[in-house]
Design a protein around this ligand. Structure first.
Ligand code: NDP
Length: 449
């Protein structure tokens, strides 16, 4: 008999979710993690990022309080205090992850696991046999090759900088670049964001992209479109970045948020016959099975939809299928998501552009307004909402919002979309007043035929 029914390589969101669910169904499960239990989300992603978003938002909050009669004394931000508080909480979370694994009966091992063959995982000098192996090794920031790139940081380092830079240049136009540009700007850092194409946040609805860019610029981020980094050089004052426009930008830190690549090298995958694509992503079928029958992969290492809750969903579906006689194929449709820019974005379903290619005819409903709170603060901040409706069956196929609370709202809009809600049902839903959300059920007239 093998040492384990299931051996998981990688203790991030997907690996831990699968391990715990499998163990709850009676499987004998081992899991190896080379860094910290909890993975990217807990240690270098979602959670510390959200702490930084909160930290940076206080600047607005202090300013806005005056409109409501508050006098707030001089405020000062101390980066090391924030970093220490964040790190303490992440230590606590890691402890919880370890305890949950232990309580579920999973054998957690610290070290780097690699496949020796399809049924054997090596960790240092130790060998573990398993009937099934799950690869859940996540992703890692990818950097372009350009002169001086070694001077740059990525999101991995941004969370633990010894001091807050006075000036930063961020390269990229995706989730991470936009979120960090807003974070650093909010913390008072002079922030320039370079994006190589016409508009940030490719793949999102164009109205959302444009409004997000406007809002970021209004709040102080110097967003430069159609601009890329060409080279970095060390100077006495920091780093000089030469842009594709020929400008030289001086900064204390330069951060590349130019995408993440699957972390699949050095685990013995190719050697045992697991196919990976040009990007290094493990090739899997709809049930997360790799090209080797007893080897599976979930999460960012498969480069499907690179979000924590998706990795968890994929991991749990697999455990249900293999150990609970309950076959489940992960559903990658209509995944709600949030971008924690300031203001934040919440979205689910198709963008207007996608819907126009997939549906014969669509109706678009949209509204843009200043939220009630800011009528007294005077802050020039927008809320924008949009519904995309398939005219053929009146179903709402896309909901998009930028504004305070958009992330929270997108969760419930996701339920409505998943349930196949029609525009008539949105209209029949009684509004919650006074909220911004009520606008989602009071947009009666389409703006575009
Ligand atoms: P993304 O893939 O979202 O964005 C990468 C950005 O870098 C794009 O704007 C891309 O441009 C640009 N880029 C890529 N290569 C180069 C290059 N050589 N030179 C200049 N620019 C380049 O990656 P992120 O790193 O922002 O995020 C990774 C993943 O993490 C996301 O896909 C997301 O799934 C997840 N994530 C989710 C969050 C959330 O849910 N809130 C938060 C953070 C991350 P172009 O558009 O032209 O390709």
């Amino acid at each position: 008999m093998a040492d384990f029914d299931l051996f998981v390589i990688g203790g991030g969101s997907g690996g831990v979710a699968c391990a715990r669910r499998a163990a709850s169904h009676g499987a004998r499960v081992g899991l190896v993690e080379e860094s910290r239990m909890g993975g990217t989300c807990v240690h270098r992603g979602c959670i510390p990022k959200k702490f930084l978003v909160y930290a940076s938002h206080f600047r607005h909050d202090f300013e806005d309080a005056a409109g409501y009669g508050w006098s707030v004394g001089e405020s000062r931000f101390d980066w090391p205090t924030m970093v220490a508080a964040k790190s303490k909480e992440l230590d606590r979370l890691e402890g919880i992850y370890r305890r949950l694994l232990k309580d579920s009966g999973v054998t957690a091992i610290d070290g780097r696991g690699a496949l020796l063959d399809a049924n054997t995982v090596a960790i240092g000098d130790d060998r573990y046999s398993a009937d099934t192996v799950l690869i859940a090794t996540g992703g890692w920031p990818s950097l372009p090759e350009l002169p001086g790139i070694e001077l740059a940081i990525t999101s991995n380092e941004a969370f633990d900088l010894p001091q807050l830079p006075e000036r930063i240049v961020i390269i990229g136009g995706g989730y991470i670049a936009c979120e960090f540009a807003c974070i650093f700007n909010g913390l008072g850092v002079e922030t320039v964001q370079l994006y190589r194409s016409d508009m940030i946040l490719r793949g999102f609805d164009m109205d959302i992209r444009e409004i997000c860019c406007d809002e970021m610029r209004k709040s102080g981020v110097d967003v430069r479109l159609n601009t890329n980094a060409v080279k970095l050089e060390k100077t006495t004052a920091g780093i000089a970045l030469t842009s594709s426009q020929g400008d030289v930008l001086e900064a204390d830190q330069v951060m590349f948020a130019t995408g993440r690549a699957p972390n699949t090298a050095g685990f013995g995958l190719k050697e045992v016959g697991v196919e990976v694509n040009h990007n290094g992503a493990v090739t899997v079928d709809s049930g997360s099975r790799s090209t080797v029958a007893n080897l599976y992969a979930v999460g960012d290492c498969t480069d499907r939809v690179n979000l924590t809750p998706v990795a968890i969903h994929e991991g749990r579906c697999l455990a249900e299928t293999l150990y609970n006689n309950n076959p489940q194929i992960p559903d990658h449709r209509d995944i709600p998501t949030a971008v924690f820019t300031q203001p934040e974005i919440g979205t689910v379903g198709m963008s207007e552009e996608d819907a126009r290619t997939h549906c014969a005819a669509v109706d678009i409903y949209k509204t843009r307004f200043r939220p009630l709170k800011h009528t007294l603060t005077g802050r020039d901040e927008t809320v924008f909402m949009k519904l995309v409706v398939d005219r053929a069956d009146d179903r709402v196929v896309g909901c998009h919002m930028i504004g305070t609370g958009a992330g929270e709202l997108s969760q419930l809009l996701g339920v409505a979309i998943k349930a196949g809600a029609t525009k008539a049902q949105f209209d029949e839903t009684v509004a919650v007043h006074p909220t911004s959300a009520e606008e989602f059920v009071t947009m009666y007239e389409p703006v575009t035929a």
